[in-house]
Design a protein around this ligand. Structure first.
Ligand code: GDD
Ligand code: MN
Length: 378
């Protein structure tokens, strides 16, 4: 009996949940996995931690690498997501898979300074803060080898962030931070979960002001692989800010859909003018051409911006989407004219009647295209 206990005790101790989970989002980072693990091991020597990679179906061999290391290293796990993309949502899923008291995020590409991890952990253990952020903008931190444009974008984004957060974050764009499980739990249900800016999202989504500490670090240069931050990541960021600002009143997606529709009116008149004056078409033909052009323009712009997270890709998907968009908008146009005509007969002012028709048409188009054209997966 005694013997058995002696055998079991060290085993169950080895299986105790780690105190810290470090989440590492990855997309095509094969050559960074092992160096990162070595650096973390060196930095956190003696601490109880685990590393959870969240990979969005990389095709460069990252997954093979993750499988190999997690088979031999008990401190490493990974989550493989298929058909999904997104840094923020990857981080959230990694954190949700953990039962540790403290949760951290660090990029896979060695640009963040892992030697900060023990200091972050010490601050949280001491109960002085709910979130500790690695900042490039406090004394001692820096942007490394960033060029002027990238610096400017980062600083502008930081200013905009002030619109939605109360905390004095100098580096709300930082993708390097650690927080308590309570702080995470307090925000997780309200997170937008879109795009890149998970830290900002956590702060903006928490019902109370989180206690913050910032520690400086110098942003390093990427050695392997490439950055996934494209121009449209900036767009997603603006959508996140807009959602936190007005999302309570009107869905940002609906606003966006209306703005795109408004731009479509300009396209309509431009094409109409071109066909009438330039080509010399008849009015009916010109109006038809302009309508098709405007609908096509709206479809592609909505696909790129409004529904960026559900973007249709590949020839047949896009083609099918375009056809369903035409179909929905045609019905929308019929509804628009129908409602406006009835309203006009009911002795409404003609402007009000037209507006009523347009509104019914827009709401129909928005609702129906979100159901049929850009339907949510599952
Ligand atoms: N799972 C997953 N899915 N991971 C992703 C995705 C994705 O769609 N996109 C990027 N990643 C991973 C990358 O593999 C990398 O480990 C990390 O997220 C950061 O991506 P980078 O493409 O290297 O971003 P960056 O260097 O331009 O920007 C980083 O630094 C900025 C400044 O601190 C990010 O951390 C930003 O959040 C941060 O603002
Ligand atoms: Mn990077």
């Amino acid at each position: 009996m005694e013997n058995q206990i002696a055998v079991l005790a060290p085993q169950s101790a080895a299986r105790a949940a780690p105190e810290l989970t470090i989440v590492v989002p990855t997309f095509n980072e094969r050559d960074n996995i092992r160096p990162l693990l070595e650096l973390i091991a060196k930095a956190l020597d003696g601490d109880s931690y685990e590393v959870v990679f969240v990979d969005d179906d990389s095709r460069d061999g990252t997954l093979q690498e993750l499988q190999a290391v997690s088979r031999t290293d008990p401190l490493v796990r990974y989550i493989h997501r298929i058909g999904r993309r997104g840094l923020s949502s990857a981080v959230v899923e990694g954190m949700l898979s953990s039962s540790a008291s403290y949760l951290a995020v660090i990029d896979a590409d060695l640009q963040h300074d892992e030697t900060l991890l023990p200091d972050m952990l010490a601050v949280l253990r001491g109960g002085e803060a709910d979130v500790v952020v690695g900042s490039r903008y406090v004394e001692g931190g820096g942007l490394g080898e960033w060029d002027g444009t990238r610096r400017l974008i980062s600083r502008t984004a930081t200013r905009i962030a002030r619109l939605i957060i109360r905390a004095e974050l100098t580096d709300p764009m930082s993708g390097f931070f650690m927080l308590t499980r309570e702080a995470f739990a307090g925000s997780v249900r309200n997170l937008s979960g879109q795009g890149y800016k998970i830290l900002l999202d956590v702060f903006a989504s928490h019902p109370t002001t989180l206690r913050l500490r910032e520690l400086p670090y110098e942003f390093r240069t990427r050695q392997h692989g490439e950055s996934k931050l494209d121009a449209l990541v900036t767009w997603e960021y603006l959508m996140l800010v807009a959602d936190k600002l007005f999302g309570r009143f009107v869905p940002v997606r609906f606003l966006m859909f209306m703005i795109v529709g408004g731009l479509g009116v300009f396209v309509h008149f431009a094409v109409l003018t071109l066909l009438l004056k330039g080509v010399g078409s008849e009015f009916k033909a010109a109006q038809t051409g302009a309508t098709v052009a405007a609908m096509t323009f709206n479809f592609f712009l909505n696909n790129l911006l409004t529904y960026r997270d559900r973007r249709l890709k590949g020839f047949w998907r896009v083609f099918g989407g375009l056809v369903s968009f035409y179909a929905v908008c045609s019905l929308g146009a019929i509804a628009n004219v129908g409602v406006a005509t009835v309203a006009f007969k009911e002795a409404f002012d003609w402007r009000l009647a037209a507006l009523a028709g347009v509104l019914v048409g827009v709401v129909w188009n928005y609702a129906a295209t979100s159901l049929f054209t850009w339907k949510q997966k599952k």
